[in-house]
Every structure is written in C-alpha cells, then in structure tokens.
Design a protein around this ligand. Structure first.
Ligand SMILES: [Zn+2]
Ligand SMILES: [Zn+2]
Length: 330
C-alpha cells in the first residue's frame, strides 16, 4: 500500500529517492535485543503457525522471518545513513516499540528501535535521540536504555491511565546515569493540534538543544491522527508536518542530517497514507499536500489545563535533573 501510494504520488521517480533492500536482523543483534528463550518461542510459533506472541498479537507461519525482515529494514536504513549512502531513511513497517527483552505484544515481535540504537552505539555514536510520537507509549524501547545517557528517549502519547500499554508516566525519567534522559509526556483524550504543538514547543527544543543528537530515530505517530481507529487524539497532518520539519532541521543542525523515520502505528489507511506523504515530502523536498482536515473536536479549557499541568511536571522533573532551565527555544 505504501509503495503504491508513493509511486502514484511521484515520490519514487524523484532523483533523490531510492529504495533500499532490507536485510534481516543479524543473529548478534537479535540476541542483543531479545532473550534466547523468547527467540526460541517465536521460532516455534513460526515453524508450526500455532500459538500467539501475546493476546493481541497472533502467531502465523513464518512470523520469525517476517519480523526479522520488517525490523531489519530499520537497521538497514540506519546503516545506510551512518555510512553516508543516504541522508535520511523511511522504514514504512518499522517502529515495533512495544517489544521487550523477553516479551512481544502490541503487534510487536522484535524491537527494531532498540536494534537500530544498539547498532549505532556499536558504530560509535554517543548521542542517539529516539523521538517517539506514536500515540502509544514506547514502553519496550524505554526498558533498554533506561540507565543510558547516550540514548535519550522522548515519548509523547495518550494518557496511559486508560491507553495501552498503561505505562509511560511523567515520573519515569530514567535511572542512574540515565536519569533525565527518558522523557514521557502524555495528553488527555481529544487533544488537538493546539495543545500538542504548545507542549512540543515547550518541551522538545530545550531537550534537543541540550542533547545535540548525532542521530535521530523518529516515530511520527500516524495513530495520533483524528481519523485513527485505535486511539483518541485529534491531530492533523499539519502537526505531523510541523514536528517532522523540526526533527529534519535538527538532524541537519546537529548530525549532518542523520535521521531515520519509522512509520510504525497508524490503523486507518487514509490518514496513514497522508502521514507517509507528508513525511516523505519533508525528507525529499518534493511537494505533497494532503486534503484539508477538520477534527471533530477543539481543545477546551479542561484540556488546556491538564496539558499545562503536565508540561510543568515534565519541566520540574526533567529539566531540573538535566540543568536546562535556562535554555530557551531557538
Ligand atoms: Zn501506536
Ligand atoms: Zn535533509
């Protein structure tokens, strides 16, 4: 679907766009990100076609190979950027951020976000930013780098009080040397572009200016769109364009353009495709305009109050931990 969409909209005939062939995840990386017992269990499901990864994640014949190539695509992209072959990559299937060391679920088998970050660390990168704007918290990825100041994760998501995976509270800011490098910001149901953009402007630029990422792994979160069937935020592609443009600019400012986009979540085909078009437009410089969109709600006072409170809480906990109170938006 993504391939056809990009083709029909002229992206694939652009001189600066190329299709990379994904490699499956290496055994070494697989065993870095997942326990041997878990890999064995996935392989067994894969060979028999019976059993499930989790209650929401059914098994099927060949699931091991399928997950290995869809997650491997992210690592293939990261390597292509690191070697200078391309500036940016888009992995349409990537972003399996719920998978943990010994556990899969939430449609995620192997955690490609963690795999790419480990691969980059092995290549000598010191500051990797995971900017996770999927509507669900990046709970799996968070567990890998919770103590690690070389990997900063910023996750914006719907309130975990009612939203899967019921994790990702503002208080969870990392541990040990990693304290302050794990940032969770959440939003009440029906939040729209206005509050989201305000929270983004208040929280993200000071962190990025402080961290100066060499490589940015970005999950744009097409499931936060108002048309998405699995969640309750009300963003439009205007907001998706806004944050993609920001991370693209920061990648050029701090990391010679090194940016990988994992398209990840998105469960309504229409808005998913608009999101892909907008992201590809920012990365390639080729014009794409999705249809005008109007969410069914607007931000009300209660929403603003909750979001303002959450912003202050993030700043109080994280900014003071990192000592970045005085850095203002550029
Ligand atoms: Zn999601
Ligand atoms: Zn660029």
């Amino acid at each position: 679907m993504v391939h056809d969409f990009l083709d029909q909209n002229g992206f694939l005939s652009q001189p600066n766009v190329e299709i990379l062939t994904p490699e499956p995840l290496s055994k070494e990386l697989l065993e870095t990100i997942h326990a041997k017992e878990y890999l064995k269990a996935v392989r067994k499901i894969s060979e028999t076609g019976r059993g499930e990864i989790a209650i929401d994640t059914p098994g099927f014949l060949g699931i091991f190979e399928n997950a290995s190539i869809t997650s491997g695509a992210t690592v293939t992209g990261a390597r292509a950027v690191a070697s200078g072959k391309v500036d940016h990559f888009l992995s349409p299937t990537g972003g399996f951020h719920h998978a943990k060391f010994e556990w899969g679920g939430g449609f995620c088998i192997f955690n490609d976000v963690a795999a790419a970050a480990y691969e980059l660390k092995n290549l000598g990168y010191q500051r990797i930013l995971i900017a996770d704007f999927d509507v669900h918290h990046g709970n799996g990825t968070q567990t890998y780098f919770y103590n690690d100041p070389h990997v900063m994760q910023i996750s914006f998501h719907e309130d975990p009080e009612w939203m899967y995976p019921h994790d990702g509270f503002i208080e969870d800011i990392g541990e040990g040397h990693g304290r302050g490098y794990n940032i969770n910001m959440h939003f009440p149901m029906d939040s729209c572009d206005g509050v989201y953009r305000h929270a983004f402007d208040e929280i993200v630029p000071p962190l990025v200016e402080f961290f100066k990422p060499e490589f940015i792994i970005f999950l744009p979160g097409f499931d936060a769109h108002y048309k998405d069937r699995l969640a309750h935020l009300n963003l439009t592609t205007d907001l998706i364009r806004y944050i993609t443009t920001y991370f693209h600019r920061m990648a050029h400012k701090f990391g010679q353009g090194q940016l990988g986009v994992l398209a990840g979540g998105g469960y309504t085909n229409e808005s998913f495709k608009w999101g892909i078009g907008v992201v590809m437009s920012v990365l390639s410089g080729y014009k794409y305009e999705p249809p005008k969109q109007k969410p069914p709600f607007e931000d009300d006072k209660e929403t603003w109050d909750i979001v303002q409170m959450n912003i202050q809480k993030v700043k109080r906990l994280v900014f003071s931990e990192l000592g970045i109170w005085n850095i203002h938006n550029p």
